[in-house]
Design a protein around this ligand. Sequence first.
Ligand code: ATP
Ligand code: MG
Length: 351
Amino acid sequence: MFFWKQKEIVGVDIGSHSIKLVQLRKEKAGWHLVNLGMAQLPPESIVDNSIMDSSSVVDCLNNLVECQGLKTKNVATAVAGHSVIIRKIKLPVMTEVEAEASIEWEAEQYIPFEISEVNLDFQILGQDPQDSTNMDVILVAAKKDFVNEYVAVFQEAGFTPLVMDIDSFALENAYQLNYDQDEDVIALVNAGASSMNINIIKNGISVFTRDIQVGGNTFNHEIQKQLGLTDQEAETAKLGGNLPDVDAADVNAVLQETMEHLSQEIQRSLDFYSATSSDDKIQKVYLSGGVAKTPGCIDSLQRRLGVSVELLDPFRRIIVDKNNFDMEYIQAVSPFFALGVGLATRRLGDK
Ligand SMILES: Nc1ncnc2c1ncn2[C@@H]1O[C@H](COP(=O)(O)OP(=O)(O)OP(=O)(O)O)[C@@H](O)[C@H]1O
Ligand SMILES: [Mg+2]
């Protein structure tokens, strides 16, 4: 007798600062945490989302596998950045099969790359509320060369990449897994070391996504510049470490000033959405990513945006066995794992 078993998959989020992996298992009561790990990458291994030093990424993946005792080789991962285009388009109402057949032709007018050079995907969102002969579709194009860089490092580390997602969709998935979605319009902001993913969700459907190429590294650059420190010293100062001749109050002042700047960047995107979407008011912002660890960041963002901001908890509804995991650690690192959790529930053939 044969039992069909869903393939085990591990979610792996390759960030420019660190690689995060999450393994979850679906059981009757819900998703259980099976494995969780993160490991820092050497600086400049990934720049502008491109893998500059594939051997350090492969080494980092191998180390994680070893440290975590990971057995699963199937991976769900995600890409983002300039080589990925996400567009909300309108098509005449048609079936999924019909859309599949015409998507290449339709995509040509929206995608600034040669169609032969991209992987295309789409998702039908539903009927256009303004015109019932049309439907809203999310079109995604990712440059093949770029995606292949990621596929190659996984293969080199002995993994099989089964699901290739997009950062802001994985973020959305982490939110949907963990929250009731009772607010009409919310914004998800994942602010990492070098980029921020923003995804605005209206009644459970993504209506706006944008990646901004700035993040936690800005704190380091400003500390370095304003306090005359090296890169390494700046990171130490940022994380609250003591350095001779460096006044913590000065570091804090730079952190607050830089956080204001990042908050402004976020505000600009949210304002752009508001300006193009009649009277939709964003009711709440859920923040994740390493920047969320900056002291005072929630207050700063809240003040600037004038809406309530809270930390996104990617483990809110994940069942975690206290005998296997240190709950304090999980709480401390939870901002880093939003994409990882969002990826860990993906399965082959998901849309
Ligand atoms: N305690 C802390 N206080 C402030 N910042 C922190 C803290 N811990 C980590 N960070 C910063 O968070 C950032 C890393 O966050 P994250 O892991 O979300 O980024 P990433 O996913 O690797 O990068 P990206 O997705 O932008 O390429 C770094 O800039 C790091 O210095
Ligand atoms: Mg990241």
